[in-house]
Design a protein around this ligand. Structure first.
Ligand code: GAR
Length: 206
């Protein structure tokens, strides 16, 4: 029997991706361990609460390393295998990723979803910038996370033709639907073991 991976979601915003992931986990008979946010006012927290999912907030601090040390305590407390970034608008430091990798046989196991065909339009307001530039095609990228901004090995990309859209709101809604589809498919694959998990191991504390 495959052990169900322990998943945490990190989000700073409205939380539509987090909601889709939590619901998918429920439909697979599991539970997302917790939703973490760096913003007390993030909409994702109410969504997680309404879906009976544990929530933690550690507000952004000037000292990123101190912030990450506190986050790492949550990872250890819940023995998290995968971190799914869903609109988490903060870069992860190399030392944080290294600490995660030490717990999973050399793999950090952090995944991010981004609303563009990376490497095009990394960072914030990607949808707005692509729409304003009237690009012919945009889309969604799911990727493993490294220390760069919206950078790391691509797991999946899916394109959307902008010719179909005259209204920005329709384009945005379509990209969000695609994100939810791609991210929940990925979650299903890790839960079913179709994508292998390197399970959390306690690090030796000296
Ligand atoms: C999503 O479009 C996600 O791809 C994006 O933030 C949005 C969060 O929406 N992430 C990034 O831009 C990462 N650089 P949500 O809060 O409704 O899931």
């Amino acid at each position: 029997m495959i052990k169900t991976p322990r998943v945490a979601i990190f989000a700073s915003g409205a939380g539509s991706n987090a909601e889709a992931l939590i619901k998918k986990m429920h439909s697979l008979g599991g539970q997302v361990e917790f939703v973490f946010s760096d913003k007390t006012e993030a909409g994702v927290l109410a969504k997680a609460q309404s879906l009976n999912t544990r929530r933690y907030v550690i507000k952004k601090k000037a000292d990123r390393l101190q912030h990450e040390q506190e986050v790492l305590k949550l990872i250890d407390q819940h023995q998290i295998d995968w971190i799914l970034l869903a609109g988490y608008m903060r870069l992860l430091s190399p030392s944080f990723l290294k600490s995660l990798a030490e717990r999973h046989e050399g793999r950090a196991q952090v995944v991010n979803i981004h609303p563009s065909l990376l490497p095009a339009y990394p960072g914030a307001h990607s949808l707005e910038r692509a729409f304003a530039d009237q690009v012919s095609e945009s889309g969604v990228t799911l990727h493993l996370v490294d220390e760069g901004m919206d950078a790391g090995p691509v797991l999946k990309q899916a394109a959307i033709s902008l010719k179909e859209f005259t209204a920005f709101a329709d384009f945005k809604a379509s990209v969000h639907r695609l994100e939810h589809q791609i991210y929940t498919e990925f979650l299903e694959k890790i839960v079913l073991g179709e994508i292998p998990t390197h399970y959390f191991k306690e690090t030796v504390k000296c």
